[in-house]
Design a protein around this ligand. Sequence first.
Ligand code: SF4
Length: 694
Amino acid sequence: VIQIGQPEHSVVTTCAYCGVGCSFKAEMRGEELVRMVPYKDGQANRGHSCVKGRFAYGYATHKERILKPMIREKISDPWREVSWEDALTHTANEFRRIQYQYGRSAVGGITSSRCTNEETYLVQKLIRQGFGNNNVDTCARVCHSPTGYGLGQAFGTSAGTQDFDSVEESDVIMVIGANPSAAHPVFASRMKKRIRQGAKLIVLDPRVTETVDSVHARAEFHLPLKPGTNVAVVTALAHVIVTEGLHDEAFIREHCDWSEFEDWASFVAEERNSPEAVENLSGVPADLIRGAARLYATGGNAAIYYGLGVTEHSQGSTTVMAIANLAMATGNIGRRGVGVNPLRGQNNVQGSCDMGSFPHELPGYRHISGDSTREIYESLWGVKLDNEPGLRIPNMLDAAVEGTFKGIYIQGEDILQSDPDTKHVSAGLAAMECVVVHDLFLNETANYAHVFLPGSTFLEKDGTFTNAERRINRVRKVMAPKNGYADWEVTQLMAKAMGLNWSYAHPSEIMDEIAATTPSFAGVSYDLLEEVGSVQWPCNEKAPLGTPIMHVNGFVRSKGKFIRTEYVATDEKTGPRFPLLLTTGRILSQYNVGAQTRRTDNVVWHAEDRLEIHPHDAEQRGIRDGDWVRLASRAGETTLRALITDRVSPGVVYTTFHHPDTQANVITTDFSDWATNCPEYKVTAVQVTPSNGQ
Ligand code: SF4
């Protein structure tokens, strides 16, 4: 019998794992966290949770957590513990030295989608006000940056259109390139409940995922498309809708530009976009495409949910726009039960994008070239802002290799594990003179760091996270920061060491500044959040209690925009040396590269990454279930164990990327989305051969 202490008090806060944003009661005895209990009044989760949020908080007190700042002159030197004051003075001096020596643009930073809105806002402010450039980026670069671009182009906002409750009024649910059963489980259970009530499910995914086929729900149509063919298949769905006259003319005439629709319709109606024409290249039988298109267009309220299987492609932004076209053509936008909804991966990736973590955008997705927007910040911050976009993460690494970018502040992201082309990332980091890692653990990126600043967990800070439905949830401090300072305080101390006059006493004051300068957040305050629990942006004079459904009386950009989505095959080709296509995904009990979930005392967290391979491909190679195999691409190779299954089609292999030993990003290519540089993680030509596991 395990004796656990009885809680003495509890604090309501928000899960720090996925973009569902579940609310929890953290039950405490003194400074000890006794348990996390799903909060019944949580507006995103309504008393539910998954195994990660409920049980995987042990990393907060894990013995490997670093609690003291450390510096070293060279990355080959041992770390030396120093005081906070010494670490921050050293960091500020180094950034100033680099700028003096190499120019103002030789430094930059990366905000974290794991940190709060307020912390993210401060990092971009430090870079714009303190560094004097726009060299700020976020991990959304490698996940949902095409969503920001594509939905912005089509609808005028870079976010999902619905609240989670909306799915309860859907009659048809189309899931594209996502596996919510593993990655967004609490939303998935609401979706499956609706399917059990009679809604029909369509899934576009190369693999038979738990979302396609489980004991709780089964897809009416599963379109097992070859990795890299999203645009062709989604455009073929549009072909059926247009050529069979299933579009919603009244909606289009009222909310879109009819001549743009006609231009787009004549494009999708071309024979080369028909289901029969794309059957061969996509691997999806034409009758499945036709059936799915008819169901989506005529089955009642139809909603689309999509994930990284859409965005992490060389045509990621194009697919997002193709999805937006489907919704506009059928009038499935602007009311409950319909819409276009990116399933955001990390707890605050929506918020990090909202808060101006892009080199071309200030908070609220306003382009840096806008004079009136820049003036708001220039008068408040007392600086002249650059009107040119700064460097994206890949550009920073390129510039580092070329010798023009020398210093970086990385808050809460392990770019060596999570970004593509690991060799290039390490070369870029190794070429810099001051790499500052602000994190919980000595992660892989910290191998190249000169300064390590200990980070704080979600349990040790106040702030807000914004989930995938634009819901701003309060994060409340449960215990004192074990490292001494919450992350927002560390950034503020660094700003002060650089000579900036910051004096926030509490994150609520940072939110007040965000509200005062960002129209879509104008009505947000901690007082309001205490009163109503949470709000979904836009929250302002027009919508004082927030906006659950977007584009209700017309699109934010006035008229929805139909955009031609020409399919262009990826440059990543299979051939005799690399005949199979690798795609990747997640399992329920692990999170991303496992930095948190692996540091939790429970064996459920320790499952290894496996390579799923079809029985036919395994037999051809003499591979048995459980054998070690060598997985090689043009970029690199790794070893892992095989799992033989017909969940993947012949010619396709699949793995998760939760363990550092797997090094999935050693395998992936450096191709990326044409509009945003989001890496093409989901398509890699590979060969699989037996291995002895060495
Ligand atoms: Fe946390 Fe996401 Fe699980 Fe909810 S569904 S408990 S937010 S990991």
